[in-house]
Write a protein that binds this ligand. Structure first.
Ligand SMILES: *[C@@H]1O[C@H](CO)[C@@H](O)[C@H](O)[C@H]1NC(C)=O
Ligand SMILES: *[C@@H]1O[C@H](CO)[C@@H](O)[C@H](O)[C@H]1NC(C)=O
Ligand SMILES: *[C@@H]1O[C@H](CO)[C@@H](O)[C@H](O)[C@H]1NC(C)=O
Ligand SMILES: *[C@@H]1O[C@H](CO)[C@@H](O)[C@H](O)[C@H]1NC(C)=O
Ligand SMILES: *[C@@H]1O[C@H](CO)[C@@H](O)[C@H](O)[C@H]1NC(C)=O
Length: 368
């Protein structure tokens, strides 16, 4: 009897889960993407905002010019755009010939969520405000045939992706907080998850209904972290990554997962909230690098100093004192902080598989 009841309860849970996965569909099959984040998905905000020149060898692999992307080529979000059949997203801050027909990228390199210590003022909350302004202006200008001309359906049916948190971890450690302080209830990482949840709620209030939330990657595996933040006696994990930084990332991700579940339950039936495990996607590159033809996953392609990390402060990629690895040599890390095009292609294909998402949904399906 108990077993039968348990069976019924399980069945009920499955039915509820399926109902929650029922997505609002578009009839025209069009994908529109609004993205919020940091350098991991920034397609060129710093040149637009500051006239910052991110010179060669950035872009050497694909764009053959400076685009403001922190990579030798395309970012994972560029591969996603290709897969969805849409244009690469223009940065929101780009006033010189942007094209917002297929969406807008609000992500800015250096942006933090809850920390007030970043030199970059474009926090998650500010990016959401910029979106709200963009939507208002679109409505005002549409009747005049000006502005983005995005129809209301694109705001309702668009996918809102969020990829933030990495800079908050860096800033918390730089403020000399200990790991227990960083991961504590009421600590800086809990604040990040709370602010991401706030952002989703604000976007929902504006009419957004499809959310795609990434958690944060294994920051302890980045050459910069390993080269600059490692102290005597620090523990390295089996992939050679700095354990306390990855522990902070996982703590942030536990908070984000809880926020995601809360939002998904609450919006069940009225909106989709899909959470994608970027940590697992990226950690695999370091742990199973052989499988991807990558010899030294913890060493930056472009930098200074050679093995093991090829990362020296003030001699970083783009400066005359840095050199890049031979073209064609496969690396996870481009400049010690950001991923190579090779790595970004793998990251994008795993994201697009849907296998790392909760609920297990493909972005293509959510989008359409
Ligand atoms: C960049 O240059 C390479 C080699 O010259 C060429 O194959 C490629 O199409 C160029 N890419 C773009 C986006 O222009
Ligand atoms: C913007 O992109 C769309 C879709 O690719 C294209 O149809 C349109 O002509 C572009 N607009 C401008 C001003 O380049
Ligand atoms: C930044 O945040 C910290 C911790 O929340 C706070 O103590 C500090 O006063 C804030 N600084 C500024 C300039 O707002
Ligand atoms: C957008 O317009 C609404 C009213 O139409 C207003 O309440 C809101 O403050 C505006 N938001 C921004 C960021 O301009
Ligand atoms: C953190 O500690 C280091 C080393 O003790 C010190 O140089 C640095 O000024 C401290 N930073 C802050 C923000 O207190």
């Amino acid at each position: 009897m108990v077993r039968m009841l348990r069976g019924l309860v399980t069945l009920a849970a499955v039915v509820v889960a399926l109902e929650c996965c029922e997505l609002p569909r578009r009839t025209d099959g069009r994908c529109v993407l609004f993205n919020f984040g940091d350098s991991n998905s920034d397609t060129g905000s710093l040149p637009a905002a500051y006239g910052f020149y991110l010179g060669p060898p950035a872009g050497r692999r694909f764009f053959n010019r400076t685009t403001g992307r922190w990579s030798d080529g395309r970012l994972y979000i560029d591969f996603i755009a290709e897969n969805l059949g849409i244009r690469y997203l223009s940065p929101y801050l780009e006033s010189s010939g942007p094209n917002f027909t297929d969406g807008v990228n609000f992500a800015v390199a250096g942006a933090a969520v809850a920390s007030n210590q970043s030199a970059i003022p474009f926090t998650m909350a500010t990016q959401v405000n910029q979106f709200l302004h963009f939507k208002n202006r679109t409505r005002e200008l549409r009747p005049l045939g000006q502005g983005s001309m995005l129809p209301e359906e694109d705001f309702r049916g668009g996918v809102y992706s969020i990829d933030v948190g990495q800079n908050d971890i860096t800033l918390a450690f730089l403020a000399n907080l200990t790991l227990p302080e960083i991961v504590a209830d009421g600590g800086p990482l809990a604040a990040v998850a709370a602010k991401v949840e706030e952002a989703v709620r604000a976007l929902y209030a504006s009419g957004a209904r499809k959310f795609w939330v990434y958690n944060t990657g294994p920051i302890g595996c980045l050459p910069q972290t390993l080269a600059l933040r490692q102290r005597p006696g620090d523990e390295l994990d089996p992939a050679g990554c700095l354990a306390r930084y990855n522990a902070a990332a996982r703590a942030l991700n536990a908070n984000l997962a809880a926020a995601c579940r809360r939002l998904a339950d609450e919006y069940c039936g009225s909106a989709s909230v899909v959470c994608t495990d970027m940590y697992a996607v990226k950690y695999d590159l370091f742990a199973n690098h052989d499988q991807y033809g990558i010899e030294r996953p913890l060493m930056a392609c472009c930098g200074h100093g050679g093995p093991p990390y090829n990362y020296v402060n003030l001699k970083t990629c783009g400066q005359p004192t840095a050199t890049a690895c031979p073209e064609g040599e496969r690396h996870v890390s481009w400049d010690g902080v950001h991923y190579t095009e090779d790595a970004n292609a793998i990251v994008a294909s795993k994201i697009l598989s849907g296998d790392f998402s909760q609920p297990r949904t493909k972005l293509q399906a959510l989008c359409k």
